[in-house]
Design a protein around this ligand. Structure first.
Ligand SMILES: [Zn+2]
Ligand SMILES: [Zn+2]
Length: 383
């Protein structure tokens, strides 16, 4: 390598932090990333990237050659009121970068700058993907439909990670984040007077039975060596103390690492609802939507990332899998790659709150390491 990615990234560290703070102060929700993507596009054009727009998303290419490596950042914020008391606090009431996507965008911008300054030394094409709507919007799918993976040989993405100490790179082969789905439905009985239950079909105990029976899916149907989650997170029935309601509603989420476990969970929910409601003479509706697939890192690509981290003399650790979900999974379905983590937990600075918490923050002093890793991944892959 004619250049040292770590010292190059360190050189522009202030810029990376400035970008991150600017994005942090101006958070935009999924598919509304107009300002953020505008700033990203302006810089990329200035640095000589060829730009293709996909709504508020950007596909940016630089260099030519047989191989293409893609690097991805997400840009969207969350509908959360920030509770941090920092100079770069969100200026938008009710919106906050509480997952660190501001940092992802800033790190990849830094990478973009370094690559553009050294593009003559790169033996191929680098594609940067700045995507919208990672938070429950499956922006990755829109980017893929827009051609983000055309001609791409490998893809990498970073997430800042509260479960790792600051500056530690988290690498894992195989399943890293879970597949996720949502379900919702209602039990339809027959309403009536609270004092005359025999003249009604009370949906409340039927729902209670259903919620408990759902707990047996993971404990009794899923192979104990495997893993899954079924969480009923909302129930609603009736208003008055003396009225047996007609309907009882519920919703929740399920998580899984293997598609067959996801299928099993879906099938069992349907069977349990069908059986319990029939036993009581009630009816039901159930809708299930699979949101995201499991994020499964390619073995070879995870190994490659590890070699790059070691070459840069960065600290790394095998990162624990989580039942959280990431739409990066959709890219990994199409091309080999790996989703990597950058530790940002710093007890001394009070940076300890989990992702999506109103006091979430990132240790900015390590963001340049993410930038360095991205630049090095691109350079080494294209060699
Ligand atoms: Zn998130
Ligand atoms: Zn995120």
């Amino acid at each position: 390598m004619g250049f040292d990615p770590v010292s190059e990234a360190k050189r522009i560290e202030k810029e990376i932090i400035t970008w991150r703070r600017d994005f942090h102060m101006h958070p935009e929700l999924k598919y509304q990333e107009e300002r953020t993507s505008g700033i990203v596009e302006e810089h990329l054009r200035e640095w000589g990237y060829r730009i293709k727009r996909v709504g508020t998303g950007i596909i940016a290419d630089i260099g030519e050659g047989e191989k293409t490596i893609a690097l991805r950042a997400d840009m969207d914020a969350l509908p959360i009121q920030e509770e941090n008391d920092v100079p770069y606090k969100s200026r938008v009431p009710g919106k906050m970068h509480a997952c660190g996507h501001d940092a992802h965008t800033a790190m990849l911008l830094g990478t973009a700058k370094i690559i553009s300054e050294h593009i003559d030394e790169f033996n191929g094409r680098v594609r940067l993907i700045f995507q919208p709507a990672e938070e429950g919007g499956n922006g990755a799918v829109k980017m893929i439909e827009g051609g983000a993976l055309e001609g791409v040989n490998a893809i990498f993405g970073f997430h800042v990670w509260m479960d790792l100490p600051s500056g530690v790179i988290g690498i894992r082969e195989g399943p890293f984040l879970a597949g996720a789905g949502i379900f919702g439905g209602e039990i339809i009985g027959k309403g009536g007077h609270g004092a005359s239950p025999h003249e009604t079909i009370d949906p409340v105990p039927i729902l209670a039975e259903t919620v408990l029976a759902f707990q047996t899916i993971v404990s009794r149907n899923v192979d104990p060596i495997e893993t899954g989650v079924v969480s009923v997170t909302a129930v609603k029935a009736g208003e008055a103390f003396n009225v047996i309601p007609e309907r009882a509603e519920f919703k929740g989420t399920f998580r899984f690492f293997k598609p067959e476990i996801g299928e099993l969970i879906k099938r069992r929910m349907e069977e349990i609802l069908d059986g319990i409601t029939r036993a009581h003479g009630a009816r039901y509706n159930l809708s299930i939507e699979e949101l995201t697939l499991p994020t499964i890192n390619d073995k070879e690509m995870a190994g490659f990332a590890l070699k790059v981290a070691e070459k840069l003399r960065l600290r790394w650790r095998e990162v624990r899998p989580t039942m959280g979900a990431e739409d990066f999974a959709f890219y990994l379905q199409k091309v080999p790659g790996a989703f990597l983590a950058l530790g940002i937990r710093n007890e001394e600075k009070g940076i300890i709150y989990p992702h999506h918490h109103p006091k979430f923050d990132v240790d900015e002093d390590v963001l340049y390491l993410g930038t360095a890793m991205e630049a090095a991944l691109a350079f080494d892959f294209l060699r």
